[in-house]
Design a protein around this ligand. Structure first.
Ligand SMILES: CC(C)(COP(=O)(O)OP(=O)(O)OC[C@H]1O[C@@H](n2cnc3c(N)ncnc32)[C@H](O)[C@@H]1OP(=O)(O)O)[C@@H](O)C(=O)NCCC(=O)NCCS
Length: 350
């Protein structure tokens, strides 16, 4: 068995097809009702990474050269959170429980050590319970669990939408930005992005993130390349001229029928005035008109974020899975690997 690094811009057709084939299996386990992306959509996404992330990728090949899994290692391109590394391991079902994911750990530990990272994070989904069992086994802590919920757009009651849209909260103005933030509002968009830090983070050992105007523009360029459309619903507090809340929704080329609801956040001083309802329902109304091919709206809400959960439940969102973010310190992970090694499951030097 070998770990073969795949460098997106230099990848061969065989490597791309092999990564794609593994991804399709793992994705269909995670979201069984979603169609797989086309190879072209996958290729564009894989070769044009998110500009805030630095990622490395490996294919795991069995003895006959067949692809049996993949490993990704990512870090943030930012001044903050330099102690973090995020990993993703996917093994094809017929090759599981043979210690293959465990074999990937020493390589990931070495990478993290070389960059002075101290914390490893990974995501699992309740639709793929093997991931949950694996993370528990390696000693990781479930630090944030979110409900992934979705609703059929056509089933969201018109009267609820009409009620909340017609009731314009006093003293506020709603702006709709399509794809690119207007030049005149770029600094407002930076301020709004700061509200991301108000979203509950459970016990995750991560600090606040700041975003620069240049990063927002790079992100937009990457979205355009990947065929991702974005609508931003931004709330201006008229008397101060400040932007105090927003909601963003995304439509990707690979799944045009799914609207992914990104962050909805209203600044602390402006809550309790119906602004959350206002932005969310304006978003739904706008998408119904501007992207009629969308049939489903999907979002995540942290368990314990009662405000958003209440809105989602009223709109008829139902749970499709739970998503958990796990963290484990590099020292605990190293201890786990060394103990397994002592039990002779991992060859020395791996
Ligand atoms: C999670 C995953 C990568 C594990 O791969 P794997 O090669 O089967 O893992 P290993 O064989 O190294 O398992 C190590 C230990 O994890 C635990 N474990 C893994 N899968 C398990 C399962 N289905 N049920 C119970 N325990 C499990 C076991 O303790 C196992 O050791 P053991 O087999 O000696 O008892 C694989 O199941 C997978 O691809 N799942 C879907 C993707 C995913 O959820 N990834 C999350 C990790 S980023």
């Amino acid at each position: 068995m070998i770990f073969e690094e795949v460098i997106p811009k230099q990848a061969t057709e065989t490597q791309l097809h092999d990564v794609y084939a593994v991804l399709c299996v793992i994705e269909s386990e995670r979201l069984p009702d979603d169609p797989p992306p086309s190879i072209d959509v996958f290729r564009t996404g894989f070769c044009n990474a998110h500009p805030m992330m630095v990622s490395r990728h490996w294919l795991i090949r069995g003895d006959s050269g067949n692809a049996i899994g993949r490993v990704d290692y990512s870090t943030l391109r930012s001044d903050e959170n330099q102690h973090l590394a995020q990993v993703r391991i996917g093994i094809l079902p017929e090759h599981r429980r043979q210690g293959i994911a465990t074999l990937a750990l020493p390589m990931l530990i070495q990478l993290a050590q070389a960059e002075q990272r101290t914390l490893i994070m990974a995501r699992t989904y309740s639709t793929a319970p093997s991931g949950v069992a694996f993370m528990k086994r390696i000693g990781a802590e479930a630090s944030l669990t979110e409900d992934c919920v979705q609703a059929r757009l056509a089933a969201i009651p018109d009267d609820i939408i009409a009620k909340h849209i017609s009731h314009t909260p006093n003293g506020y103005k709603l702006h709709v930005w399509r794809d690119r933030y207007p030049d005149a509002n770029l600094s407002d968009a930076v301020a709004l992005r700061g509200l991301v830090n108000e979203v509950p983070r459970g016990s995750l050992d991560v600090s606040d993130l700041t975003t620069t105007p240049e990063q927002l523009r790079d992100e937009e360029a990457a979205y355009a390349l990947r065929g991702i459309k974005r609508w931003t619903f931004a709330v201006e507090h008229i008397s101060s001229g400040q932007f105090v809340g927003f909601s963003e929704v995304f439509q990707s080329a690979g799944k045009p029928h799914v609207l992914q609801q990104g962050i909805t956040a209203i600044g602390k001083d402006h809550r309790g005035r119906g602004l959350g309802w206002w932005v969310k329902l304006t978003a739904i109304q706008t998408i119904r008109t501007e992207a009629p091919e969308v049939t489903v709206i999907r979002t995540e809400n942290a368990i314990g974020n009662a405000g958003i959960a209440h809105i989602n439940a009223t709109l008829g969102f139902t749970n499709i899975m739970e998503e958990t973010i796990w963290q484990v310190s590099l020292s605990d992970l190293t201890k786990f690997v060394n103990e397994r090694r002592a039990g002779s499951n991992i060859p020395a030097g791996k």
